[in-house]
Design a protein around this ligand. Structure first.
Ligand code: C5P
Length: 220
């Protein structure tokens, strides 16, 4: 039978990735980090010296872009060709350009096709897919659609926990700038019709996972 898709969207620093992965683990589902794909393409463009503004070259590169992403929540990796980029795609130089790459409509269409193929092809009973436009564009028919939010203060606080105060301020600023840029392309700050909001501001990590699993249990 068709795999159950759990679609989760939310802003940067909402804990989306770790919550989605833990939810997948709890349900015995696969896990798809769509942001990692935008990051992997951005890494690849930087590696080849292609500027995001050279849209024709970006589209050409997208056609031959060979990336693999681990969808087992216990075996997560991202590869471009034979290079493991799991850590490299988190580098600030990648984060700094990813919004420019993600706003190109052809890039979004091309990656969305790959996401849909990955979702349909999971060998597990379901897959948790997270990003910015999963509930609205990639899988609007998913039986479970969740917007994971948290107050800006909580999101900044979580992101900067391990950092010194100077870098925390810089990280907060970068996060705000990226959310602003991304919001111009897709709205992930407001829940679309039929999308359940889970606000994690007052919840710790385990409570947030429980809340998401509860929404899945109620909907499926
Ligand atoms: O989720 P993460 O912060 O890793 O996403 C990196 C970037 O990828 C976002 O800032 C956004 O520009 C882009 N993205 C997107 N649509 C998605 C997932 C990510 O545009 N579904």
């Amino acid at each position: 039978s068709k795999p159950v898709v759990v679609a989760i969207d939310g802003p940067a620093g909402s804990g989306k990735s770790s919550v989605s992965r833990a939810t997948a683990r709890a349900l015995g589902f696969d896990y798809l980090d769509t942001g990692a794909s935008y990051r992997a393409l951005s890494w690849d463009l930087l590696d080849r010296g292609i500027d995001a503004a050279e849209v024709d070259r970006v589209i050409e590169e997208l056609e031959r872009f060979d990336f693999r992403i681990g969808t087992d929540p216990d075996d997560y990796y991202v590869r471009v060709g034979s290079t493991d980029v799991t850590d490299a795609i988190r580098e600030p130089r990648v984060t700094a350009v990813v919004s420019l790459v993600a706003r190109i409509p052809e890039v979004r269409r091309g990656l969305n096709e790959r996401f849909r193929a990955i979702m349909a092809g999971t060998p597990k009973p379901g897959i948790v897919a997270e990003g910015r436009d999963i509930t609205t564009v990639v899988a609007p028919d998913a039986p479970v659609r969740i917007l994971l939010t948290a107050s800006e203060e909580a999101r900044m606080g979580r992101r900067s926990k391990e950092l010194t105060s100077e870098t925390a301020a810089a990280v907060g600023e970068a996060l705000r700038t990226r959310d602003e840029a991304d919001s111009r392309v897709v709205d992930f700050m407001n829940a679309a019709d039929g999308v359940t909001t889970v606000d994690s501001t007052e919840l710790d990590f385990d409570q947030t996972v429980e809340a998401v699993v509860e929404v899945v249990a109620q909907t499926t």
